[in-house]
Every structure is written in structure tokens, then in C-alpha cells.
Design a protein around this ligand. Structure first.
Ligand code: MOS
Length: 729
């Protein structure tokens, strides 16, 4: 039986508040933790078969028409079984939904690094050697490589003009008018993209490194030209995604085609440089921000114009303005997007697409406004909290910016801060603090899950993935809580399209969306138990494997027969998404030291305070925020993908040249939550937290850099050269 829920309105029952098992919300371990630490959790590149063949992707070395003049000789090399140059091979690394036609083929390269062939051989070494021996020639065509080289598109549906910003700017008591830039960035998941494909008659089984299996299945079927019912995808363990595994990747399609042609299983693993070039990056952005304020610091005008880039025909544009639409009140508003069509690797979603860079730039601008108005940065934000969505007029489902700002400020010790820059010095180091607000849109996605309850315990199944986020842990808690079972009596099985389709891991929707489906499946089983026992579901207390109802007690073992109870849950977004504006909120605080001699920045401590509805697992939620704040350090200080200005190729395409924060860069990170119930967020009143932690995090650091040293850096990352140039003499 299926329990269906369309989220049309608020749910103020708060059933999860007083369930007796007491496991939901706790800092619960990951059931997959041991397998991962012990190495028994296998990843896509470790999948093996007796007759496994190895495929190696070949990439384009330029933009233009591609030729492989020695392809016939390569086919004769030792161990080589095939050199595939199939148009279907290179799907656009889509954004979770199937595009009907591939954007890129193999005959023309749109960017340096585009896969244009797959060499398949008996051994990995033979495949790699042959791939490196394959000559790739490019008849170069002039292609735009930098955003400045083209007239950008101005998509009509991405412009919001309300009131008269120009007038507001000229009438303003205070104004900010500045340009901020952020570079190309990479998801940099630890696990490289990899796939092993195997055909059994007309059925394709693919072990992949993917985030959104229900969509990936359609994309793969569409690429290969078969029915989705013929495709099974497995991804029980995924070593990080951060957006780069949202769409089907080149290794998957190539492996599937090669396995079909050769009648043997084929594995394709991207090496690190391929991971950088072949998968989607975060677009560079140029953001022109204008703020107009009255004498009390109330915003009267707000302008945010963003220029981003992508390949010709790509549907995705980094949604830089997503947070600016609702973060602050201002009557006069101008939010404009432009897209430059250039021949750099495809741009797509990278952790918190939009707000990660948009809120970061905007929160630096807010710090600049605080400076010129002489208003404390927290106070400035409090004065500009909108009563309702400033553009649509819809109410907020819940709004906790004020609470996270105050709780965070107290925990950080904000009140002892010196407002003026350059007040504290230790040797060569200027010391200072800064803050920024965080916003991230929230939504529920369609999701299904199934639970079987037998005498031995419960099994939860969904094709949902766990990309290191804690899905296994959270669904175990939800099922255990509702069914009154100890955690070790609940087994969670994920990452298999043979299971009911979950939400997938994207847009921070996994915990609340697939979690709600698990909730509903468990609720359906509670209904069945109540019917069997002749009581109302609400009268049923399930705890530690026993059922108490109407002054009676029975163990589940006695109630259940050999036939397990099966509950199916399905959730989908309804009118709620139209009726209210829904967001999560946060406040970041940072203390930094800035060398007056070298311009080096050291983050000394960071504190984040977040509100995202009910926190389902304190430990995994905190870990998500630690991760987001760490990415904030990278965005502020070091992360930058450099494109060669001649052909757009990524110069620093490995983890030695692309500087992610490592342990030595990351100080103690403190995370606090403001617990809340967002009634519009489904049966658990829980929102997504995965991406909130990065939004604005880098701004708190750069605002602290200004407070410490007086250096205002608007061109991210704030490398020492930029800091030195910005330091007051
Ligand atoms: Mo996320 S960037 O939607 O994986």
C-alpha cells in the first residue's frame, strides 16, 4: 500500500516531536561508516568482472573539427579491442533531466578536454598507452574563450526590474556601487567519475558514480537509445559529488556503448585531469552590486547584475541572483542576468549553485554598506529583514535570520569586536573579525521509498544516493523512530534503480524529500499495524520492538506473521511551493590574521549558526556545515580554476594546482543550530542543510580581512598579491 503526500500547505502536527524511540534528531553514527573506514565499501572504479575490459577516454586538444588520422593503427596495438568514436558517446553532462539531443559530438570539439574517443583494451595500461598514442588533430576555428570576447545573451525571463533603482541611488543617503568577481571553480569530489557497464541480453547494468539515479537512468537510456526499463544503475557508495555527478557523465555512456559493442563488461575511470576537464565547472562570475540606503541604513534600492558563462546551447546559467531576490527588503530593485557563450568546459551546478557565489559577493557589499553608514553589520542586516518576499509578496514559510544572527553573535563574542579596521596587531599580523548572512532556497522534490517490516526488523529501500551526506544514517533514524525499533534493527539499502525512485542527492533536497518518503512508508506500516490490532494509528506507541495500545502491550514478533508488512511512501511538491517563499538561513563569523608583510591570510576560527527546520541528525548536519564552511575558506582564499586565455584550457587541472583548503588551512569550526519547525517543509518540518554552509561563508572571511587590515578584496580569491595591493599604505 502506498501513502501519498502532496505538500500543499503547512503541517503543524509535529508528530516527530514526541515519538518514543528517541533516535530522530540525535547525533547518530553512519551505518556505512565502518565499511568506508575499513575499505569494504566499494566504489564504482573498484567494480570488477572476470572478463572486464578497460576503456580510456581521449580528450580534444583544441576547439574545432576533430580528426584521428592513425585510428586504424591504434586498433592493431597490443590488447586493443576497439576505438570508439560514437556520436552518442558524449552526452552533455546534463543537470538532472534528459536533454533530447547531445550538445557535443565527437567530430567537433567545443572545448579543450571534451571526450572525443574511447580506447578499449584488455588491460588498463594497454588502453591508456593506446589512447596516448592516438593522434588527435584539430582544425582550429576561431572560438570565443573569454567572457569579454562576446556580446552576452540577456535572457528575458531572468530580469527583475521593480521601481526605479537609478532614482533610489541618486536619492540615497548612502550608497555602494562596486564590482565583484569570482573565478571558475571545480566540484573536486574525492572519488573520480567512473563507470562499469555490463549487458545481459538487452538489459544494461551500470555501476556508476552518480547523484541522481532516477534521472541518470533516463539520461543513460536516452543516450544509448534504449528504454529506461532496460537500464539498471547501481551507486550504493559515492565519494562526493558537489554537483559534478548530477548528470550522466561521459564515462558512463562510453562504457555502456563499448560494452554493448564488445559483448563484455567495460570499465571507464576518469583520471584526475579528466575529472577537471570533462565534468561541469562552476562558472566564473562578474557581479555588479548597487545598494542605496537611507540615513538609518534601510535599503531603498538594490541592484545585482551578474555575468556568467557557458558553452553555446547549454541550458544552465549559474543562478547568481537566487538569494538576492529575497534576502533583503528594498522597494527599488534591479536584478539582471547575462550569459556569455564561450568555449570553456561546460558550466553546471557546483555546491549551492547561485547563492554560493551570489550571497558571498552580496554580503561583502553589505559589509561595505555597514562601513559607510557606521552601523554594526549585524544591526544593518536586522534592519533590512523583509516582512514578506520582497518581489512576489508571498509570506516566508519561516524566517530565522534574526535568531541565527543573534545566537551566532553571542556564541562568537561579537560584542567585543572593534568596529574600525586596523585596531589589533600581533607582530606582523593584523587581527580582525567579520560576519556574513547565509541564505539558500529550499524545496521538496518528488521521492519514493519502501519499507518492509518483518520479525527481524525493517528494511528501507530507495534509489536515493548517499554521497557522503548521511542518507543511510538519517533514513535509518526516521524508520527506527516511527516503527519503534532500535537503530540496529533497521537496514537501509540505497543506490539501486531497482528500488523505488528517490529524490537523488542534489539541491540539498535528499534528507527532507526522500526522508519524507521514508516517513510516509513507515506511517503506512503503522496504519497496517493499527488495523491489525484494532486501534487508531495515533493510539499506537511503538518502542523497542513492542507495541502499546489501549492498555495492552505486544511485541512486534507476536503481531507480525511470516509475511512482512510492506509500506510504500511517496511525496511530491504541491501548492506549498507556490504559496510561500521557503529558505534556510545562517550567520557566519570569522576571525582572521592578515600578514602586513606578505599579504597572507590565516583563518583563526569560524563559527556558523544555521536554521533549517528540524535537524534530523545532529552529527551529519554539523558535518555538512563543516564542509560548507571549509569550502568557504577555499572560495575566499585559494580556489581558482585558471583558463588559458588562448584556448580556454584549464591550466591548473589537478589537486596540486587547484588549491582546496587542507587541514592546515582549516581552524576549529564551530557549528550551532537554531532548532525550528518549518510547517511547510513536509511531515518532519525539516529543510535541506547540505548547501547552506557554503553560502556567504567566504564573505565572513573577507569581511574579517577588511576589519583586520583595511584591505578590501572584491576579486576572489584573496591571494596574497591582491591583499598586498589592497592594504592601505
Ligand atoms: Mo548540488 S550542486 O545540487 O549537487
Amino acid at each position: 500500500m502506498t501513502l501519498d503526500l502532496k505538500i500543499d500547505g503547512p503541517d503543524s502536527n509535529h508528530r516527530a516531536d514526541d515519538l518514543p524511540q528517541g533516535v530522530l534528531g540525535k547525533a547518530s553514527d553512519r551505518p556505512d561508516g565502518w565499511a568506508k573506514v575499513a575499505g569494504s565499501a566499494t566504489y564504482a572504479a573498484e567494480e570488477t568482472h572476470d572478463d572486464l575490459l578497460h576503456g580510456f577516454l581521449v580528450r580534444a586538444s583544441g576547439v574545432g573539427t576533430v580528426n584521428c588520422p592513425n585510428i586504424d593503427a591504434i586498433k592493431e596495438m597490443p590488447g586493443v579491442r576497439a576505438v570508439l568514436r560514437d556520436k552518442r558517446m558524449v552526452r552533455n553532462a546534463a543537470q538532472g533531466t534528459a536533454n533530447k539531443a547531445p550538445v557535443q559530438g565527437v567530430d567537433r570539439a567545443e572545448y579543450v578536454g571534451q571526450p572525443i574517443a574511447l580506447v578499449v583494451a584488455q588491460s588498463f595500461e594497454q588502453a591508456r598507452h593506446a589512447a596516448q598514442t592516438l593522434t588527435v588533430t584539430i582544425s582550429s576555428q576561431e572560438a570565443p574563450i573569454t567572457p569579454e570576447a562576446v556580446t552576452p545573451e540577456t535572457p528575458e525571463d531572468k530580469q527583475t526590474i521593480i521601481g526605479d533603482l537609478e532614482q533610489a541611488m541618486s536619492d540615497a543617503a548612502f550608497q555602494i556601487n562596486a564590482v565583484y568577481t569570482t573565478p571558475s571553480m571545480i566540484s573536486a569530489a574525492m572519488e573520480p567519475h567512473a563507470a562499469t557497464a555490463q549487458w545481459d541480453g538487452t538489459t544494461l547494468t551500470l555501476r556508476g558514480a552518480l547523484q541522481m539515479l532516477r534521472f541518470n537512468r533516463n539520461e543513460l537510456a536516452d543516450s544509448v537509445g534504449i528504454d529506461p526499463a532496460q537500464v539498471r544503475i547501481l551507486a550504493p557508495y559515492v565519494g562526493g559529488g558537489f554537483g559534478s555527478k548530477l548528470g550522466i557523465s561521459a564515462d558512463c555512456v562510453a562504457a555502456a556503448l563499448a560494452a554493448m559493442e564488445l559483448g563484455q563488461p567495460v570499465r571507464v575511470v576518469q583520471h584526475r585531469r579528466q575529472v577537471f576537464e570533462v565534468n561541469t565547472r562552476r562558472s566564473e562570475t562578474r557581479q555588479h552590486i548597487r545598494l542605496a540606503a537611507d540615513a538609518e541604513g534601510h535599503l531603498t534600492g538594490l541592484g545585482h547584475a551578474a555575468l556568467v558563462s557557458n558553452l553555446p546551447q547549454e541550458g544552465f546559467a549559474e543562478p547568481v541572483l537566487q538569494g538576492s531576490h529575497f534576502a533583503y527588503a528594498a522597494t527599488n530593485r534591479s536584478l539582471e542576468m547575462q550569459i556569455a557563450r564561450i568555449n570553456r568546459p561546460a558550466a553546471g551546478s557546483v555546491r549551492a549553485p547561485g547563492e554560493a557565489v551570489g550571497v558571498t559577493a552580496f554580503e561583502i557589499a553589505m559589509d561595505e554598506l555597514a562601513e559607510v553608514t557606521g552601523i554594526d553589520p549585524i544591526d544593518l542586516r536586522l534592519r533590512n529583514i523583509p516582512e514578506k518576499d520582497p518581489e512576489s509578496g508571498k509570506p516566508f514559510s519561516s524566517h530565522r535570520l534574526k535568531q541565527v544572527l543573534k545566537t551566532g553573535a553571542d556564541a562568537f563574542g561579537w560584542s567585543s569586536r572593534r568596529a574600525a579596521p586596523r585596531q589589533q596587531r600581533e607582530g606582523e599580523w593584523w587581527i580582525g573579525t567579520g560576519m556574513a548572512a547565509a541564505f539558500r532556497v529550499n524545496s521538496i522534490m518528488k521521492a519514493e521509498a519502501r519499507i518492509r517490516l518483518s520479525k527481524d526488523g525493517a528494511t528501507v529501500e530507495s534509489d536515493m544516493t548517499d554521497i557522503g551526506t548521511g542518507s543511510y544514517a538519517i533514513y535509518r533514524q526516521i524508520a527506527a523512530e516511527l516503527l519503534g525499533l532500535p537503530l540496529d534493527k533497521v537496514n537501509v539499502r540505497l543506490g539501486d534503480t531497482a528500488f523505488p525512485p528517490g529524490s537523488g542527492s542534489g539541491g540539498s533536497v535528499g534528507a527532507a524529500s526522500t526522508g519524507s518518503a521514508v516517513w510516509l512508508a513507515a506511517m503506512e506500516i503503522r496504519n497496517q499495524l493499527a488495523t491489525r490490532l484494532g486501534c487508531r494509528e495515533e493510539a499506537l506507541t511503538l518502542k523497542d520492538g513492542g507495541a502499546t495500545f489501549d492498555n495492552q502491550h505486544q511485541s512486534l514478533g507476536d503481531i507480525l506473521t511470516e509475511q512482512p508488512l510492506v509500506g510504500h511512501g511517496r511525496v511530491e511538491p504541491g501548492e506549498a511551493a507556490e504559496k510561500v517563499r521557503q529558505s534556510t538561513f545562517g550567520a557566519h563569523f570569522a576571525e582572521v590574521a592578515v600578514s602586513d608583510v606578505t599579504g597572507e591570510i590565516r583563518v583563526r576560527r569560524m563559527l556558523g549558526c544555521f536554521a533549517a527546520g528540524r535537524i534530523l541528525n545532529l552529527r551529519t548536519a554539523r558535518s555538512q556545515c563543516h564542509g560548507g564552511m571549509t569550502w568557504g575558506i577555499g572560495m575566499a582564499l585559494t580556489e581558482e580554476m585558471t583558463h588559458d586565455r588562448r584556448d580556454g584550457h584549464i591550466v591548473n587541472r589537478d589537486l596540486a594546482g587547484y588549491h582546496l583548503p587542507v587541514n592546515a588551512d582549516v581552524p576549529a569550526l564551530e557549528v550551532h543550530f537554531v532548532e525550528e519547525r518549518d510547517d511547510w517543509a513536509g511531515p518532519m518540518q525539516a529543510k535541506g542543510i547540505g548547501e547552506l554552509g557554503i553560502c556567504g561563508a567566504g564573505a565572513s572571511i573577507l569581511n574579517a580581512v577588511y576589519n583586520a587590515s583595511g584591505a578590501r578584496v572584491r576579486d576572489l580569491p584573496a591571494t596574497p598579491d591582491k591583499v598586498l595591493a589592497a592594504l592601505p599604505n
